[in-house]
Structure formats: structure tokens, C-alpha cells
Design a protein around this ligand. Structure first.
Ligand SMILES: [Zn+2]
Length: 331
């Protein structure tokens, strides 16, 4: 089955680019930029990937992101990821880039995008993987700062497909960011937001009603509110579910307890994604495999999940149709 999943054309809609950095790259960049990390080698760094919750993960995540300084660092990170996408059968990915993470080091958007956009061009050529950028706001920082970031990014909107909202979910409800989402919408950007990962179902409602999102990132805690589940089914708003991440960060105690199968069978528009693959123990294929091992998904279900991913992407309709035909023909 693994070869079947691996070679199935898939989209990745929930991927924090910094979360794709493998220990080897993190240490290489720390060395290149003369940044001291409290880990002597790859094994020591990998041993630190044991998390109690979202916050304990974020602490390590921001420390690793701090090793990125120059365009070539962002280039190396993105191109390595796109190479792994190709190996993983991911033909299209939409990455979160958190520009605010780099403010303290005075790294401007231009520097970040110079590296990432060059890697995206190269990745399309070399690996045949398309990649869109989502400007992701940090919700534990003030909404005013998110607004400034949106303004600073304005000259680069040709390289950015939409906006997102991530990092520590509680106690930063989506409504705090209504103005910035309204502005993003008026500028023609797509909108997504993390909600219902560690935050309650009410945060999912807020993301839908106040932020007007096209997709919900995670959203698994929608199950706590039957009316919300009904609404998600009726509107077919996609959820970018990240199963291995949810288990690693203890949103669910184990994969057997994960509600991905129940939501999918109820008719929720579920897509399967990796979140921060290098930290959470698996890329997209691994996530498909993990849910199949723990739940009675059939081959037809897996095909449907892959189709959902393409359909929920921001690819142009013609490209979606072409990929969906390929998925349906996949054996
Ligand atoms: Zn995420």
C-alpha cells in the first residue's frame, strides 16, 4: 500500500516551511551563520523532538528558525523540502511562511522571499513540484504587527497566494485578527487560519464567520460541536488535518483515538497533511499510512482524500481537473 500512497499525486496544504528543516540542515545553517545551538550533533537535536504540547514544540521550532539569516539559507531550506515533496509524491504544496519570526533578527521580507521564490522556481524545474506561499501571521503577537506585516508584504503580493494564522492558539482567538483578514480579502488574498487544534470549537466558528476563511487548518476539535460539524459538511469547507502532528502534540493520545475517520465518514471535507514533518515524524505519505494503519480507510477513501487535497488547493481549476483525472486513474 505504501507504494500506492507514495506514487499517488497528492497536495500538501498545511506545511510550515521552517518545520521541514531536518536536523542536518539546521546544524549546517547554525554553523554557516555562526549561531550557537545547545545541541552538539544531529542525534542530540533529534532527541529534543519530544514535546509535551504545542508550546514546548514552538520553543524548539523558533530556535531552529533562528538559524535562517540570508537568502541562500531560505533557498536551501525550500529546495530541500521540494525535493522531498517529489520523493513523497506531493505534486503541489502551499507553504506557510511566518515573516514575523524574523523581525527580531532584522531580516526583511525581501530577503526571505528572494531565497524562497528562487527555490520555488528551481523546484518546479528540477522536481516538477508547484509551490504557493501563504503569509502566516503569528497569533501570539499583536494584531497591529500582523497588519504591518501585511503592509510590508504588499509589493510582493504576486508571490503570495493568501494569509494564514498560526502558533500558540490559546488564548488568541481568531476575532483579534478580523481587521487584518478583512484587509487581506480586499487585496484579493485567500484566507486560511489554524483553529480547533488546541483551541475550542468556538475558534473554528470565529475563523469561519469573522475571518471568512477558505479552509480551516486542523479543525479537529469541531467534533465538540455537532452544529459546527453540520455546517462544515454543508459548506464543504476543507479541514487541513495533520494526524501525526496531532498525536505528537497530544491533541489525541494515539492514532486510534484520532477522529479523522469519523469526520471523513460523516462527510466533512478532510485533507491529509504533515504540518511540521521533520519535527513530527513524517511527511504526507507517512500521514496517510498512519491513518490507514489505525483506521479502516479503503483504497477508494484514500483516493477521495487525495482528490480533496487537490480540490481544496488554490491551484487554477484547469490544473485541478488534470490532477484529479490522474488520481482517479491511479492504480
Ligand atoms: Zn500548523
Amino acid at each position: 500500500m505504501n507504494t500506492f500512497i507514495q506514487s499517488l499525486p497528492k497536495a500538501e496544504l498545511h506545511s510550515h516551511i521552517e518545520g521541514t528543516m531536518e536536523p542536518e540542515l539546521i546544524l549546517k545553517l547554525a554553523d554557516r551563520n555562526k549561531i550557537k545551538l545547545p545541541y552538539s550533533d544531529e542525534d542530540a537535536l533529534r532527541r529534543a523532538y519530544q514535546f509535551q504540547d504545542l508550546q514546548s514544540f514552538l520553543n524548539l521550532y523558533f530556535m531552529c528558525a533562528n538559524t535562517l539569516r540570508k537568502p541562500e539559507d531560505f533557498y536551501d531550506m525550500t529546495l530541500e523540502y521540494l525535493k522531498r515533496c517529489q520523493q513523497d509524491g506531493v505534486i503541489h504544496t502551499e507553504i506557510f511562511v511566518e515573516f514575523q519570526s524574523y523581525r527580531e533578527n532584522n531580516i526583511v521580507i525581501e530577503v526571505i522571499l528572494e531565497g524562497i521564490s528562487a527555490a520555488i522556481k528551481q523546484g518546479a524545474k528540477e522536481y516538477g513540484v508547484t509551490c504557493y506561499i501563504i503569509l502566516c501571521f503569528l497569533r501570539h503577537r499583536p494584531a497591529m504587527e500582523a497588519m504591518q506585516t501585511l503592509d510590508h508584504a504588499a509589493p510582493y503580493f504576486d508571490q503570495i497566494v493568501g494569509v494564514g494564522l498560526a502558533a500558540a492558539e490559546r488564548p488568541y482567538p481568531p476575532h483579534l485578527f478580523k481587521d487584518v483578514y478583512d484587509k487581506a480579502h480586499s487585496l484579493g488574498l485567500k484566507r486560511v487560519a489554524h483553529a480547533g487544534e488546541e483551541g475550542p470549537a468556538d475558534y473554528v466558528w470565529q475563523a469561519l464567520e469573522l475571518l471568512g476563511v477558505d479552509r480551516i487548518d486542523h479543525g479537529v476539535r469541531c467534533a465538540e460541536d455537532p452544529k459546527l460539524v453540520q455546517r462544515l459538511i454543508e459548506t464543504q469547507t476543507p479541514l487541513t488535518v495533520c494526524p501525526l502532528s496531532n498525536v505528537k502534540l497530544r491533541v489525541f493520545p494515539d492514532m486510534a483515538s484520532h477522529n479523522v475517520y469519523k469526520l471523513f465518514k460523516a462527510g466533512v471535507n478532510v485533507t491529509i497533511n504533515a504540518d511540521d514533518p521533520s519535527f513530527f515524524g513524517g511527511y504526507v505519505t507517512d500521514n496517510y499510512q498512519a491513518i490507514m494503519d489505525a483506521h479502516p480507510f479503503t483504497k477508494a477513501d484514500i483516493i477521495q482524500l487525495a482528490k480533496n487535497g487537490i480540490q481544496a488547493s488554490f491551484l487554477p481549476p484547469m490544473q485541478k481537473t488534470a490532477w484529479i483525472r490522474k488520481i482517479e486513474a491511479h492504480r
